[in-house]
Design a protein around this ligand. Structure first.
Ligand SMILES: [Mn+2]
Length: 349
């Protein structure tokens, strides 16, 4: 292959300026331009395109992982069906959200809720089918959102294919609301839906959580040993007490089972790194902290069975590519450490 990792990318190259076709790629990124239930700031449906556009700026050389591009990365084109479903579902869901989910005696809102829930279910089936096909073809799958509702179908596909696994969930939010604002497939309900409906998820390990309601707190508590939460305030307290991040991160990795799906909501990071994400909250992680945690995870002998990156939302100002810039760098690290965990790349010492 006449590919020079030191050169500027060709104009017709793919994600990260790479030349791989889907057939050549070990990792296939599935873009899901979906944000039907966005309740605060919008724009997450534009995340995959913005990440793809920004990704040519990456330096393929990586200080942590040897040649992370060599196993091959490919991003699928966006599905026009998904775009169309998103448009219809978002229009319907926004009516319900505007009414605060109170739909009693309102036939129009009840119909809108049915539309939003039906299309959310259709999206889940689509993501599940696409992800399952990738896994059956021997690919590693990475889902690029979109809001945080999108990877539900991918969790199902991983459960079908891999059996029991754990979720490593980075987020400012617990995302364990029961049908938030009446919407079954709300972005704020994904982890409730996952833990209720997918028994193969043997454990959820949440990191960076700092905005949640009492019902969510109770739900996660009631999961008992099936959940472990590293709240942002606990991580901060450890930092203030002088604990080394490497110890804290090792404790997070230790809480995980052998197989791990990483579900990464960009708002788990400090909002200076994702200023346009839909529901930013002060606090959160640095990229270097995440990278170190991923290093420990990949080198622990655990298998990263797949990942998603969601809620990257570009600025309405097209000259401002910062959110996508951070998003694509995180995506590259997720891919690189996944390759290490799968024996496809070597970590540097
Ligand atoms: Mn989330």
């Amino acid at each position: 292959m006449g590919f020079d990792p030191n050169a500027a990318p060709d104009e017709d190259s793919g994600v990260f300026g790479l030349p791989h076709t889907e057939r050549e790629a070990s990792l296939v990124l599935l873009p899901v331009p979906w944000e039907a239930t966005t309740s605060y700031g919008g724009g997450a449906s534009k995340g995959p395109a913005a990440i793809l556009a920004a990704s040519g700026q990456i330096d393929l050389f990586d200080g942590d992982v040897v040649k992370p591009y060599e196993p091959g990365l490919f991003m699928r084109p966006e599905s026009r069906d998904v775009r169309a479903w998103n448009k219809t579902a978002k229009a319907a869901a926004q009516k319900v959200i505007k009414a605060g989910g109170r739909i009693e005696g309102r036939k129009d809102l009840q119909a809108a809720l049915r539309t939003a829930n039906d299309l959310g279910g259709r999206l889940n089936d689509w993501v599940r089918g696409e992800t399952r096909a990738l896994l059956d073809a021997g690919k590693i799958a990475g889902v690029v959102g979109g809001d945080h509702s999108v990877p539900y179908g991918a969790f199902q596909a991983a459960a079908d294919k891999e059996g029991s696994f754990g979720l490593l969930h980075f987020d400012a939010h617990s995302d364990t609301r029961v049908a938030y604002e009446g919407l079954t497939w709300s972005h704020a309900s994904i982890m409730y839906n996952a833990m209720e409906n997918i028994p193969q998820i043997s454990k959820i390990v949440q990191v960076g959580i700092r905005d949640f309601c009492e019902q969510e707190y109770e739900f996660v508590h009631a999961l008992g040993p099936r959940a472990r939460v590293f709240f942002d305030r606990d991580l901060a307290a450890r930092r203030f007490a002088g604990a080394a991040w490497t110890r804290t991160a090792a404790g997070i990795v230790d809480a995980l089972p052998q197989k791990v799906w990483i579900s990464f909501d960009i708002d788990g990071l400090d909002p200076k790194l994702c200023p346009h994400t839909g529901t930013p909250v002060p606090g959160g992680l640095e990229l270097a902290e995440v990278n170190h945690l991923l290093r420990l995870l990949a080198r622990s002998g655990r298998k990263i069975v797949g990942f998603d990156l969601v809620e990257v939302s570009p600025s309405p100002d097209r000259r401002d590519e910062w959110d996508a810039n951070v998003g694509m760098r995180l995506l590259y690290k997720l891919a690189a450490w996944t390759f290490v965990s799968r024996g496809l790349c070597k970590a540097r010492a």
